[in-house]
Design a protein around this ligand. Structure first.
Ligand code: NAD
Length: 488
């Protein structure tokens, strides 16, 4: 059992002030496997005050990009040395498979290096011609960041906030999901070992209440949220009232568009990974599979055959593809969607129940529906489980109309006989990212984010980093020629 009675506030371990605890239940054994304290408002105040001090008078925002990059490289190295423990804890707390966690942890270092390279492309000091004389345009760190994150890839989602925010000079206070707070203790240990300056990183545990208090805290300057549409809207309302910049990475109901005439055999793994990895608990899951009527039966047979080869089992086993769902509540939601699919007239052709031989744990069989209409609940709502809906179309225009008939717009993937045709189709889908012919998910390292109810703003790449910068124009007197020290 992983038990902690301290929290990571302002860069050091502080004994818990309150009595509240979060019990973490293993999705595999249904047993309590961890217990951590819930932050009190006083502890959130302490974390934010430490971040405020680090921003207002500490060295962090005043270091050069290179200096901050070096510290963050050290942080990631220290975390890398603890990678095995971070993976084990994520398996324990949310049931994601060893393979999935291994892949996400391996992406941390490249993620940081890409962010450092992108940050180097942003001009933070630029002399331009203004209305009368010249203008010095500065891009400065905004201030203290509050981050609130979900459970579906605990460490990577937290780092997707922490690394960019710190790299751009903004101290950050993170509130991880109550389902998965354990692995964040490894992050904190790595931060201490790497010698992150006081105040720049804090992690406060808790649920909605702690998140809401943090997001609305008077000393927070900007907010970054990943989670459900409902949570995002509540946070957006707070930020609107406070005129506080916010990015929202929310849910999705993305399409996998299989264009007429494409041979899907080489792409089956890509299609299934893009929709069902992490037991479908991915915001970018492309679980609406749109296929030309003429190819539907063939694709469905291929999908059933392929999915049948993938093991459902203990997430710790190296060959497991489908682990349990993260919580009993999540399994209830997924099962109620499966029932809704049947009620609404879709045809269940694979799975739909609980796997045999797995009596403990919140497992659901990988499930495939055909004869799905896009107005059915299973095609409109985010299920966040291992459920594929196959929808037929008769021409490209209809396929695009179906893809876009959604209140979401987050991910997508297109398979077509030529990559040019796939790009042409992708460009017609209203979404934030779209892979073509087996390209990587989540924007492949480009800007990532959603349209419509999938969110606001972008993470990653230059656009994501710019969120942490405020623009200031310093108007220079007419006739003044900036010295090199001013413009460099
Ligand atoms: P959730 O919204 O219930 O919770 C996410 C986090 O927000 C948790 O830490 C929770 O405690 C906190 N929270 C919720 N409501 C809040 C509020 N009103 N004020 C402050 N904090 C609040 O989501 P979840 O069930 O943990 O995660 C699943 C959802 O996250 C899915 O909808 C999924 O699509 C989405 N998600 C999106 C992305 C993305 O990048 N777009 C990535 C991963 C997950």
């Amino acid at each position: 059992m992983f038990v902690r009675s301290n929290q990571f506030l302002g860069g050091r371990w502080v004994p818990a002030a309150g009595d509240g605890v979060l019990d973490v239940v293993s999705p595999t054994t249904e047993e309590v496997v961890g217990r951590v304290p819930v932050a009190t408002q006083g502890e959130v105040d302490e974390a934010v005050a430490a971040a405020r001090a680090a921003f207002d008078s500490g060295p962090w925002p005043r270091l050069s990009l290179d200096e901050r990059a070096q510290v963050l490289r050290r942080f990631v190295e220290c975390l890398d040395a603890k990678r095995a423990r971070a993976i084990d804890l994520q398996i324990l707390e949310m049931g994601a498979t060893r393979t999935f966690n291994t892949v996400t942890m391996a992406s941390v270092r490249p993620f940081l290096e890409a962010a450092i390279a992108d940050a180097g492309r942003i001009n933070v000091r630029d002399v331009r011609d203004g209305a009368v004389g010249k203008v010095l345009v500065l891009r400065e760190p905004v201030g203290v960041t509050a981050a609130v994150t979900p459970w579906n890839a605990p460490v990577m989602v937290v780092l997707s906030k922490v690394l960019p925010s710190l790299l751009m000079g903004c101290p950050i206070v993170v509130k991880p999901a109550p389902e998965s707070p354990l692995s964040c203790y490894v992050l904190a240990e790595a931060a201490i070992e790497a010698g992150l300056p006081p105040g720049v990183l804090s992690i406060v545990n808790g649920g909605v209440e702690v998140g809401a208090y943090l997001v609305g805290h008077p000393d927070v300057d900007l907010v970054t949220f990943t989670g459900s549409v409902g949570g995002g809207k509540a946070i957006a309302e707070t930020c609107a009232r406070l005129l506080r910049p916010v990015t929202l990475e929310l849910g999705g109901k993305s399409a996998a568009l299989v264009a007429e005439g494409v041979d899907m055999r080489p792409y089956l793994q890509s299609l299934v990974d893009s929709s069902l990895r992490n037991s479908g608990q991915m915001c970018i899951s492309t679980n609406r599979v749109l296929v030309h009527t003429s190819q539907r039966d063939e694709l469905v047979a291929q999908l059933i055959e392929y999915v049948s080869t993938l093991k459902v089992g203990h997430p710790d086993d190296a060959d497991t593809y489908f682990g349990p769902l993260c919580s009993q509540r999540q399994r209830d939601i997924v099962e109620s969607f499966i029932s809704a699919g049947v009620e609404d007239g879709a045809k269940l052709v694979h799975g739909g129940g609980r796997p045999e031989g797995l009596d403990r744990g919140w497992f659901v069989e990988p499930t495939i529906f055909v004869d799905v209409r896009n107005d059915m609940r299973i095609a409109q709502e985010e299920i966040f489980g291992p459920v594929l809906s196959v929808i037929s179309y008769t021409d490209d225009d209809e396929a695009i109309a179906i893809a876009n008939d959604s209140r979401f717009g987050l991910g997508g993937t297109v398979f077509a006989p030529t990559t040019e045709h796939a790009i042409a189709l992708a460009s017609r889908i209203v979404t934030g990212t779209c892979a073509v012919n087996g390209g990587p998910p989540s924007g492949g390292g480009g800007p990532f984010g959603g349209r419509k109810e999938s969110g606001l703003g972008r993470e990653r790449s230059v656009e994501g980093l710019e969120f942490f910068l405020a623009t200031k124009s310093v108007a220079l007197p007419a006739g003044y020629e900036p010295t090199e020290a001013v413009s460099a």
